[in-house]
Write a protein that binds this ligand. Structure first.
Ligand code: NDP
Length: 256
C-alpha cells in the first residue's frame, strides 16, 4: 500500500458505464482498488462488467438512478454488501447536462437537473459517511466531478452551471466539516471532455464549440483518462494534505 497506489482500497463511482465515470472506474481499479459503479441502464452496465472482468479489474455493478432518493439508499446498501462494509473512496460523477435558454427551463427541468447533479451528491456523501469512517486510518476521500461551468458563464447552461457551482462549494464545506473525521473532500472540474455530454452540447449549442476551440489555450477537447488520473491522485496517500480543493482539468480554459 504505497503512497502512489490504491491497492487494498474500495471505491464507489457513480455513472461508470460511459464517459468520464468509465475512465475513473478503470483508473481506480487499475491502481488496485475494488470498485462498485452504477448507472440507469442494466444492459450497458452488464456489458461493461464483462469487459472489466476480461481485463482482470475488480468491479461490481448495480442499477441506480441517482436522482431518486430511495434508489440512492438502495445503492449504498448494495455497496455495503459488495465491498464488505468499508468504503475508502466515493466519486460523485453521475450527472446530466441540460442545454436550454433560461427562459425555457420548466419547473420539471429545474427539479431534474438539481436532483441528478447536486442533491444526489449531498445525499450520497451523507449515506457514505459511516462507511468512509469505518474505512479507518483517516485516509478516506470523496471526489466530486463538477465542471468549469461552475466558474465561467455559458449561455444555455444556467441550471446545469448552478449545480456545478454548488458542488464546488459543497466540496469546501464538507472538507472543513469532515477533516476531523479523516475524510478529505476534493473536486475535479473538467473543461470540454470528449464524451457523449460534450457531443450533445456541441450539437445543441455551437457557441460552446466556438469557445472551446478559440478559448482553450491547448486548443483541443480533453480525454476522459486525463480527468481520471487527477481523480486517482486525489484519492491516494500521496495527496494526504489536499482537501477542499477544486482542480480544473481544462487545457487552460479558465486562465485564458
Ligand atoms: P456521459 O453522458 O458520457 O456519462 C454519464 C454517466 O452517468 C453514464 O454512465 C450515465 O449512464 C450516468 N448517469 C447519468 N445520469 C444518471 C442518473 N440519473 N443516475 C445514474 N447514472 C446516471 O457524461 P460525462 O462522462 O461527460 O459526464 C460525467 C460528469 O462529468 C458529469 O457530472 C458531467 O456534468 C461532468 N462534466 C463533463 C464534461 C464534458 O465535457 N464531458 C465537462 C465538465 C463536466 P446512464 O445514462 O445509462 O444512466
Amino acid at each position: 500500500e504505497g503512497r502512489w497506489s490504491l491497492a487494498g482500497s474500495t471505491a464507489l463511482v457513480t455513472g461508470g458505464s460511459k464517459g468520464i465515470g468509465h475512465a475513473i472506474v478503470e483508473e481506480l481499479a487499475g491502481l488496485g482498488a475494488r470498485v462498485h459503479t452504477c448507472s440507469r441502464n442494466a444492459a450497458e452496465l452488464e456489458e461493461c462488467r464483462r469487459r472489466w472482468e476480461d481485463k482482470n479489474l475488480r468491479v461490481t455493478v448495480s442499477v441506480c438512478d441517482v436522482s431518486v432518493r430511495a434508489e440512492r439508499e438502495k445503492l449504498m446498501d448494495t455497496v455495503k454488501q459488495a465491498l464488505g462494509g468499508k468504503l475508502d473512496i466515493l466519486v460523485n460523477n453521475a450527472g446530466q447536462s441540460m442545454v436550454k435558454a433560461a427562459m425555457e427551463c420548466t419547473g420539471e427541468d429545474y427539479a431534474l437537473v438539481m436532483a441528478t447533479n447536486i442533491e444526489s451528491c449531498f445525499h450520497l456523501a451523507q449515506l457514505a459517511h459511516p462507511l468512509l469512517l469505518s474505512a479507518g486510518g483517516g485516509a478516506s476521500s470523496v471526489v466530486h466531478i463538477s465542471s468549469i461551468a461552475g466558474f465561467v458563464g455559458f449561455p444555455g447552461l444556467a441550471v446545469y452551471s448552478m449545480t456545478k457551482g454548488a458542488m464546488n462549494q459543497l466540496t469546501r464545506s464538507l472538507a472543513a466539516e469532515w477533516a476531523g473525521d479523516g475524510i478529505r473532500v476534493n473536486c475535479v472540474a473538467p473543461g470540454g471532455i470528449n464524451t457523449d455530454i460534450a457531443k450533445d452540447m456541441i450539437m445543441r449549442n455551437p457557441e460552446i464549440v466556438k469557445s472551446q476551440t478559440t478559448q482553450v489555450p491547448m486548443q483541443r477537447l480533453g480525454e476522459t483518462e486525463e480527468v481520471a488520473s487527477v481523480v486517482a491522485f486525489l484519492c491516494m496517500p500521496a495527496a494526504s494534505y489536499i482537501t477542499g480543493q477544486v482542480i480544473c482539468v481544462d487545457g487552460g480554459r479558465t486562465i485564458a
